[in-house]
Every structure is written in structure tokens, then in C-alpha cells.
Design a protein around this ligand. Structure first.
Ligand code: NAD
Ligand code: WQD
Length: 337
């Protein structure tokens, strides 16, 4: 199939491109490189021994999107492009809405014009807000607590309304839990800008000596060890979920929603311990204040994805941490050359 991948130079997109190429798909990747380097895509081609077309462009450029879709006879769009830093989204909300919501609208207009009706969208478990109970199923109430989360929820709503208005559309909303890990080659992985906001990249940078110690944000949550519990999922499992969704839902009209998680929660301290084991180093830490906006527990019920997509996560904590460490230790400065 001929697929347009937006944001494909980024963390999840680049890992997904590997599996898409290996499955024989033809890829046109567009990315404005606002949070990534083109080197990630060179590595994707090195790993797979196959080529893809990369165009540096912005999803907000409707004309460019339309022309690319037409000239490459695109059949489906996998839409990763977006800004994703929760804290930053409260500081510059207009940029977040412009990029994530405005960008998706431009992309959808181009798709309508080019008559491409298959869309797979990167949503997030953040759309469940602070859930009343865990595990979370897809029919839980939706809400948001920051502009980033609202932008995901708004795009979900837009895609749902679009599908309802024009039933030939196939819209797939993939709600990712907490993606971690790297390709087992160690050639690509997560490369955050500045000091990482997320737990695993932060721990990895402590392990490599770029950061002094981990701050554990609160140990008085109502969880077994008092620290926050999340559903960490290996990025290669997540990538596989996209392939499954593409195969199942392309030209299958409707609105399809899935949790992509493992169904298993781990605490901050458990993650720290698993990473220390993987890298055979100490990870010093201090307990600090809770981070505003954080919740105690968040983990998926992945049964629907298993049933409808025949997909489930296969990789555990050991693969997540050893693969992340292979990438971090091989390239301590990420894609910076
Ligand atoms: P990432 O920042 O590594 O990748 C996003 C890519 O999109 C980057 O390469 C960036 O340069 C590009 N981009 C941003 N705005 C663009 C625009 N206007 N035009 C073209 N390209 C643009 O992030 P990621 O972790 O790979 O996340 C991919 C998607 O998954 C995002 O939509 C994100 O919100 C969503 N998501 C991520 C997580 C997570 O924890 N990583 C969790 C849930 C959902
Ligand atoms: C995990 C746990 C922290 C850093 C975020 C977004 C969410 C989604 C995934 C995009 C929590 C604790 C963290 C640190 C810590 N992204 N922690 N010290 O908050 O579950 O989810 O990324 O859609 O929208 O909110 O992930 O990795 O930031 O935190 O103690 O230095 O680690 O309190 O319990 P989170 P995270």
C-alpha cells in the first residue's frame, strides 16, 4: 500500500516506518523536523535495507499535502505529526492548537480533495483524564486537563464527526499508553530535546551520566509503593499495533478506537529498578513533590485491540529497558552528530 506518514522522523513514527517497510509498503514521510532529525530516517533505511521518500514539509501546508497525496497516489495516512510536551502546551497553547488541531484540519482537507479516506491517528491515554478506575476500556468518559490533551480530544471529535458525515471514511484512533524502548538494533530511539519530561528517557540520561539523579514525583499515591503506576509499552509493540490497524481497517469504513497498552502497570520505583538491572549501574534518586496534573494510576484494558486487531503487546520490561539502554549507551547524544 502507498502510505503517507506524517511526523515519521519522530520517535514512534520512525519505529513504525521500519515495520511498514518490512511489510512491503511504500512510504512517503513528511516531517517539518521541529522535534526530530532526518538522520532517524536514514537509519530506518539502513536497518531495513529499503528506501522511502522523505519530504520536509509542514502538515499545515494544505497545498503541499494535497500535491504529495496526488502525485504519490496515497491510499492511507498515518498521522503522527504533532507537538507533545504536556507542560509546554500550557505555556504556548495557541501553538499547540494551531499545530495539532489546525494541522490536522489542513491534512483532512487535503485528504478529502485527494480522495484519500483512510486515516490512522496518534491519540493518547491522556484523553481519559483521571480515570475513576483501572484498567481503562475504550468506552470510559473522555476529558482533558491541559491544552495538549484537549488538542488530542478535539482531533478525535473532528475525526468522529467527519466519519459520521461521510461514511466512506475509515478513521482509526489509537490511544497510546506510555511508549518506551527502542529498536533492538540500537540505531534509533527516543531523542528528547533538552531535559526529558518523561520517566524512562530521564532515567536513561541519569544512567549515562548526563543527569545527576532522578526525582521521583511523589511517593504518597494510593499505589503499592506510593509512586505513580503507568502502562509502559515497548515502541516496537506500538509500531506493530499500527500495522495491525492498517491491515484491518483500510477501506473498512467506520470509526475504530483502540487502547494500545500492555494491560500491566509498573511504578516509578519498579521502572528505576528494572533500568538499573538492564544497564548494570546505580540510578540515584530522591523523592520530591508530586508533579501537578499527575494521576496515581493509569493502565489499559487491551482486550478490544486483541479481539478486533488480533494484536497484543509481546515485549516486557526487560526488553523495554535493555533496548532503551542499548540506544542510549550507543548514542549518548541521540541523533546529534
Ligand atoms: P515526536 O515529537 O518524536 O514525533 C512527532 C514528529 O512530528 C516530530 O518528528 C516532529 O518534527 C513532527 N511534527 C510536529 N509538528 C509537525 C508539523 N506541523 N508538520 C510536520 N511535522 C510535524 O513524538 P512521538 O513520541 O513520536 O509522538 C508521535 C505522536 O504520538 C504525537 O502525535 C504524539 O502526541 C502522540 N503520542 C505520543 C506519546 C508519547 O509518550 N511519546 C503518547 C501518546 C501519544
Ligand atoms: C510517568 C511516571 C511521573 C518523570 C505523559 C503524558 C501523556 C503521554 C505519555 C503523550 C509518573 C513519574 C516522571 C520524572 C517521575 N504523552 N516521573 N520523575 O505523565 O504518564 O504521561 O507521557 O500523549 O499524555 O502526560 O508519563 O513518563 O512523564 O511519567 O517520578 O522525572 O513517572 O510522576 O508517575 P505520564 P511520564
Amino acid at each position: 500500500m502507498k502510505i503517507l506518514v506524517t511526523g515519521g522522523a519522530g520517535y514512534i513514527g520512525s519505529h513504525t516506518c521500519i515495520l511498514l517497510l518490512e511489510a512491503g509498503h511504500t512510504l512517503v514521510v513528511i516531517d517539518n523536523l521541529s522535534n526530530s532529525k532526518a538522520l532517524s530516517l536514514s537509519r530506518v533505511q539502513e536497518i531495513t535495507g529499503q528506501s522511502l521518500v522523505f519530504v520536509q514539509a509542514d502538515i499545515r501546508d494544505e497545498t503541499a499535502m494535497f500535491e504529495l497525496m496526488k502525485s504519490h497516489a496515497i491510499e492511507a495516512v498515518i498521522h503522527f505529526a504533532g507537538l507533545k510536551a504536556v507542560g509546554e502546551s500550557s505555556q504556548i497553547p495557541v501553538n499547540y492548537y494551531d499545530n495539532n488541531v489546525g494541522g490536522t484540519l489542513a491534512l483532512l482537507k487535503a485528504m478529502q480533495k485527494a480522495e484519500v479516506y483512510n486515516m490512522i491517528f496518534s491519540s493518547s491515554a491522556t484523553v481519559y483524564g483521571d480515570p475513576q478506575t483501572v484498567p481503562i476500556t475504550e468506552d470510559f468518559p473522555l476529558t482533558a486537563t491541559n491544552p495538549y490533551g484537549w488538542s488530542k480530544l478535539m482531533v478525535e471529535q473532528i475525526l468522529s464527526d467527519l466519519q459520521a458525515s461521510d461514511p466512506q471514511w475509515s478513521v482509526t484512533l489509537l490511544r497510546y499508553f506510555n511508549p518506551v524502548g527502542a529498536h533492538p538494533s540500537g540505531l534509533i530511539g527516543e531523542d528528547p530535546n533538552g531535559i526529558p519530561n518523561n520517566l524512562l528517557p530521564y532515567i536513561a540520561q541519569v544512567a549515562i551520566g548526563r543527569l545527576e539523579k532522578l526525582s521521583v514525583f511523589g511517593d504518597d499515591y494510593p499505589t503499592p509503593d506510593g509512586t505513580g503506576v503507568r502502562d509502559y509499552i515497548h515502541v516496537m509493540d506500538l509500531a506493530k499495533g499500527h500495522l495491525a490497524a492498517l491491515e484491518r481497517n483500510t477501506n473498512r469504513a467506520g470509526r475504530h478506537v483502540y487502547n494500545l497498552g500492555t494491560g500491566q502497570g509498573y511504578s516509578v520505583l519498579e521502572m528505576r529498578e528494572a533500568f538499573a538491572k538492564a544497564c548494570q549501574r546505580e540510578i540515584p534518586y530522591v523523592v520530591s513533590e508530586r508533579r501537578p496534573g499527575d494521576i496515581a494510576e493509569c493502565w489499559a484494558d487491551p482486550a478490544w485491540a486483541q479481539q478486533d486487531l488480533d494484536w497484543s503487546a509481546e515485549l516486557g520490561l526487560e526488553e523495554m529497558t535493555t533496548d532503551a539502554w542499548r540506544w542510549q549507551s550507543r548514542f549518548p547524544n541521540g541523533f546529534e552528530e
